[in-house]
Design a protein around this ligand. Sequence first.
Ligand code: AHR
Length: 666
Amino acid sequence: MNRLSLAFALSWLLLLSASAQTRPVDAPVNIFVRAGQPGVTIQPTMWGIFFEDINMAADGGLYAELVKNRSFEFNMPLMGWKEMKAKPADGSVLVINRAAENPANPRFIRVSHYSEGNYGLSNEGFRGMGIKKDEQYHFSVWDRANGGSRALRIELITPEGQKIGSAHLALGAGSMVSGAEASGWRKDTVTFTATATEPRAKLYIWIEGQGTVDLDMVSLFPRHTWKERPGGLRADLVQLLADMHPGFIRFPGGCVVEGRELATRYQWKKTVGKVEDRQLIVNRWNTEFAWRPTPDYFQSFGLGFFEYFQLAEDIGASPLPIINCGMACQFNTAEVAPLDDLQPYIQDALDLIEFANGPVSTRWGGLRAAMGHPAPFNLKMMGVGNEQWGPQYIERYTLFSAAIKKQYPAIRLVNSVGPNPDGDLFDFLNDTLRKLHADILDEHYYRSPEWFLQHAARYDSYDRKGPKIFAGEYAAQSAQVATPDNKNNWKCALSEAAYMTGLERNADVVQMASYAPLFAHVDGWQWTPDLIWFDNLRSYGTPDYYVQKLFATNKGSYTVPLGQPLTGQNGLYGSACIDQPAHELILKLVNTTAQPQGPVIHIEGVKKTAVTARVTVLKAATPDKMNSLEDPMAVSPVSGELSCKGRVLTPTLAPYSFSVIRIRLE
Ligand code: AHR
């Protein structure tokens, strides 16, 4: 064991000796499972996903577009692009702004090639472009003849200068861009195959022949996307989500909902319809942290609200959109819209429900149909505001709630109780919203692993008749919240597993929970820890991911009690539930100690069980263990069997382990 691991182990043991009850670790614990005594129903939504466009989760991540700043709308219109020419006389590029004619997509470039020499532009992608050997790539561009040049040469180039794909594209043969007929734009496309794999390729676009051509919406997508949808999502990343079988997806955040100022808040209407009409804005994480500036971080909204609803449907998750409530991020400008001016914000919420559920004869239901989904998306809940606090939130929430409930009484609303799970801000909102009979309170906790262990019984004493709880954002922080030093190590994940047994035990109160944030690009992140990390070609789930996945794929229909709740005795945490369709008892047991433990599990209240149980174990030799792109499965589930004699199970729980035991009840 190295010194770091030893330090981790010691700190863990110290913590346990403080929190565990008096029984010595080596004396076996008897666990009585009252399998015949139904506890509380576990909602299908229980374990879900929190998606926010942070850490390049959307552009450069889930949205498979490879060209950065494809429409020249970044603050610096040529950010991500470079001219390629031997002599100044070879050519030029002019950025033209036609805002009056096209406010959502104002800029395009006018490229002129004057000489016999080569002239073109390169695009660097999102920290490069991930290209795979033998995969097909679709290149497309809007172009308009302006005298002369009518063809492009497209190349994919490695950092070493090797060509790994190329195509010739004659311009002007493609379809007229709809809505832009008068201005003569055409969309031309070409598909070609890459000859090598490269995580950091660049795209070169050479102008063939002399003359001038206008270009806009320059795009490169892999043919292979999730469900092979053109212009779609990165398949490996969606697969990791689908494998979790999440009960819901919260979207689009997070602070992104709020914006640093109201002008850059998330406005869903600007994220639907044709991609070229979705107005790009700066991402609020672009400038948030001095230690991780990301000047090229913008939101193209290629992954917008339609794609979100479609993704949720694809992977069987309930949609949970969060809507701006007239408040910008209170950690930043804290701007609010005056109460008298709140109607457009409220209308956005109402219209979003119509977009998701309304008949195709309605304006927004009609747009959903025109985008390819006439059937409703079956939206049942909506969050009002993200991490808001103070009386200004209550004033605004009250107006939103009245309007939404009047028109859509069946929609359940999720309300903020602020950024912390305790303290003045929390107490004020918690008390006030309970008095207002709010539906669901959205609690956030970014806390130490020790906090998670100490609060595994948090909900045991919550009011059973009050609002339901959504643990909407949580993650154990190995260092401190919002520092770049946090690690997705096993110590953090194990503490989350221990804590989640408390959520499951209280499933009558806690009806939804999601780890946050979800995604991080290894070269483009701002916030750590995160559930899933990726580069331009690869991705992996952290130990936290496997904890989430094990809970979600072993959800159960209702809880059954243990003789005594297992909330840290001997460093053990646990919960039990029944999977009704499968007739199986599911036990989740977390051993947070450095020693193996052999609890004796007595299954009571049933006549007979199968003689063999299935056991899935997540463990690591030391609590500092992490997964990585190079070793993605270092901490990952391993399955085995356990015999059951006379309704008694005697598993050996490995040190620092999380075990899921499933046994059929006869
Ligand atoms: O998950 C990262 C951020 O943490 C979210 O955007 C915000 O809601 C919280 O403060």
